[in-house]
Design a protein. Structure first.
Length: 749
């Protein structure tokens, strides 16, 4: 049986990340010569990315040594590259941008007179990818020709079937009057109306921004940084722009429905952000970090990994990297930070969800209820009883959340409850490529499962992605029964006829049984957010606005993130939650507190674990609370809890409601994809069943009911820095060789 191996890898990005990465991943150097006799040692580490997942043919490397050697020779695959290195900022170090890597394995060797030599294997992948996300998913629609650049022109037609385009650099500037960036008319002189800006380091520079646009991993990347083409040296990791404050912001788009098989014509969020750029922060993004283009956060993580690598090789190592986004950008921030520890050092997010799959899976429960109440038993429950069974605040809140199950429905034109829109497509995808069960059964399927088929796996009998939804043993409406809101007769009828789905999201009489392999890999990959990977050791500020009435951006999702972190780490003291409608006030404060926090961590050079550094450098302003309804809003500092009762000032202002599986007895974490079962126990019910009703209950749940005190079936910890191919390092699953999939019992909770 093949088992995945957690390799120790050498990786460093900045002061804070070098420590966190060393703690999480250890050091990794191959080809070590005998140095156990106490002789001085040479150390090699890659600064731009892990040595086993380099892209684009070059890598930033640091060589350290205990004392100046009499002579040193550095070679790549036998070719001398000593001239690429220069003294580093730290004493007794050399740093060099090593170019000319061949695809596959390369060996960098350091020989020094008077001390043992050292070598390291550097594995290089094409800039087109993939590296760790598995085979490219097809179809894939190129959109470089419609991607607009800051000067109003377009990136240009694709150069190949992988949607590559030539890299372009644009300069824009902020004028002294009028507001809004304008194209810089010349790179040899600055216009008279260019504004000045003062960065967070106190440096005053002309407000000119360099925007680089190109392609990597089949997406369109952009980075933006203050850069004066008149006086700044050409971009180099050894001569960063004078206006850059050495801090980096990862930004992400939003959405998900329609995020299938497209490259994207927009990033989903503007990299020309005055709030960050004016203070000297640099930004980076890829269209595949925008769920509206590609709703697969593992691919987003791979794209962010490659994008940050490229930024470092272009401008240098940042002090820290912070990630931000709302809605889809929030869960992308969380999932990338958790699955790729060290890539992100802190996250401040809004309109939060744990992950895109959670929205869809919870929607599937709600959608079964809408079908039961509208079709199967339209007169058996009052509206108040229906709402109680749903867990939401009201009918509209429930319907809006339930309709998000459309993300799992590939069948176009299906008529269901109002507001339900299956098979949502970007119009750029030709009709001829789209799935239809009758006219095009081999077409591309627009679902959260199929866009992540490399992780969930493929059903060999259909070619469709395996599915993780499971409702076997779920007692819908259990809390409503125990609260006396619904009768035993209603409870039994509901659970007897609630039904399930087939692979095309058609209602079927039997309950749904999720594929165990798909469920396990959802956990391992982080498609189901763990909270126990990188999120265990970074600051997080969630400043989400309040809405539990409609639209499905509800408060319980925020608490689900916190609960998952608590499940994995014992506490969530590094997670700060601000509720209410703080708007720009909350955003600005979140950014201020986050940067204070990260700067303090970066200045902490002690050797304690990173999680300890995070907690002991926590600013006074990093406390739970809510913003009231005043204008401007006032902050109320108090612990945040999930409650619809007026048991605190914040809960009185902003009561929180739940969701169907929570009302069925499940955890607020919503991370049990398939529950473990237990025998029916009369002590779980606050009502008495007659003998006939008990016999009926036994028949409804012949294999038992959910035991919510236990972790879900096939639950695994997230495998950080995992691979789903082609990289063999830390390989979890290869969809091209499904028989190699294994159940690593040592990783079972």
């Amino acid at each position: 049986m093949k088992r995945f191996v957690r390799r120790s890898l050498s990786f460093s990005i900045g002061l804070v990340v070098s420590l966190s990465a060393t703690r999480a991943l250890g050091g990794h150097e191959e080809g070590d010569r005998d140095d156990r006799d106490g002789r001085r040692r040479i150390e090699i580490r890659t600064l731009s990315t892990h040595p086993d997942r380099i892209s684009g043919g070059d890598v930033l490397v640091e060589i350290s040594f205990p004392a100046s050697p009499r002579a040193m020779a550095i070679s790549l695959n036998g070719r001398d590259v000593s001239g690429s290195f220069r003294p580093g900022e730290a004493p007794e170090t050399l740093v060099g941008l090593v170019t000319g890597l061949v695809l596959g394995r390369n060996r960098l060797t350091v020989d020094a007179r008077g001390m043992p030599g050292k070598s390291i294997v550097l594995t290089n992948y094409p800039i087109k990818g993939p590296i760790v996300s598995g085979p490219h998913v097809h179809p894939f629609i190129c959109q470089t020709q419609t991607f607009r650049l800051p000067d109003g022109t377009f990136l240009g037609p694709p150069l190949d079937s992988d949607c590559s385009a030539a890299t372009k650099v644009n300069y824009v500037y902020m004028p002294t009057t009028g507001g809004g960036f304008k194209p810089l008319p010349s790179t040899t002189s600055l216009p008279a109306d260019v504004a000045m800006t003062t960065t967070s380091t106190g440096r005053a520079v002309p407000y000119v921004v360099r925007v680089e646009t190109g392609t990597m991993n089949r997406g369109i990347y952009q980075n933006a940084v203050l850069f004066n083409p008149i006086s700044d040296s050409p971009p180099s990791p050894f001569s960063p722009p004078k206006g850059w404050n050495k801090r980096l912001v990862a930004i992400h788009g939003a959405g998900c429905p329609g995020g299938w098989y497209t490259q994207g014509t927009a990033e989903g969020v503007n990299p020309l952000s005055d709030a960050y750029l004016s203070k000297g922060y640099a930004l980076f993004i890829n269209t595949l970090q925008n769920p509206s283009n590609h709703c697969n956060t593992f691919v987003a993580g791979e794209s962010a990994m490659m994008g940050k690598e490229h930024f470092i090789k272009t401008f240098g190592v940042p002090e820290f990297t912070v990630s931000t986004g709302g809605s889809g950008g929030a869960y992308t921030s969380l999932q990338v930070a958790d699955a790729f520890p060290g890539l992100i050092d802190g996250a401040f997010i809004s309109a939060t969800f744990p992950d895109a799959a959670e929205i869809a899976l919870s929607g599937l429960d709600g959608h079964l209820l809408t079908h039961y109440f509208a079709v199967t038993n339209p007169t058996g429950f009052s509206d108040d009883q229906k709402v109680a069974v749903s867990g939401y605040k009201g009918l509209q809140a429930w319907y809006d959340a339930a309709n998000q199950s459309q993300r799992t429905d590939p069948v176009p034109g299906r008529v269901d409850v109002p507001g339900y829109s299956p098979a949502v497509w970007n119009p750029v995808v030709p009709l001829a490529l789209r799935y239809h069960p009758v006219t095009n059964p081999r077409g591309a399927r627009p679902t959260v499962f199929d866009i992540s088929r490399n992780i969930y796996g493929i059903d060999p009998s259909t070619g469709f992605a395996l599915r993780a939804f499971d409702n076997v043993g779920v007692q819908y409406g259990l809390q409503a029964l125990n609260d006396g809101i619904v009768s035993t007769t209603q409870f039994l009828d509901l659970n007897e006829r609630i039904s399930g789905y087939d692979q095309d999201a058609n209602y079927v009489a039997a309950r749904s049984a999720g594929n165990i392999g798909a469920i396990r890999r959802a956990y391992q990959s982080g498609l189901n957010l763990s909270g126990g990977g990188g999120l265990a050791s970074i600051p997080i500020i969630d400043f989400g606005s309040y809405n539990d009435t409609s639209g499905y951006h509800y408060q319980w999702h925020h608490f689900a993130v916190r609960e998952r972190m608590m499940d994995e780490n014992g506490d969530a003291d590094n997670h700060i939650f601000w509720r209410g409608n703080g708007g720009a006030v909350a955003l600005n404060q979140a950014f201020t507190v986050m940067t204070q926090w990260l700067a303090a961590i970066a200045s902490d050079h002690s050797r304690v674990p990173m999680r300890d550094k995070v907690m002991r450098n926590k600013p006074a302003g990093a406390v739970d609370g809510c913003y009231d309804t005043a204008s401007p809003p006032n902050f109320i500092a108090e612990p945040q809890t999930l409650s619809s009762k007026p048991d605190s000032r914040c809960n009185t202002l902003f009561p929180s409601y739940a969701f169907p599986r929570y009302v069925a007895g499940g955890p607020v974490a919503a991370n049990v994809l398939k529950c473990q079962l237990k025998p029916i126990d009369s002590r779980d019910y606050k009502v008495a069943f007659s003998a006939a009703e008990r016999a009926r209950l036994d028949a409804i749940f012949p294999t038992g009911i959910c035991d919510w005190s236990k972790r879900g079936v096939a639950h695994r910890r997230v495998v950080t820095w995992a691979s789903f191919g082609p990289s063999p390092d830390n390989l979890v699953f290869d969809v091209t060789h499904p028989n190699d999939d294994s159940d690593d019992e040592d990783d079972e909770d």
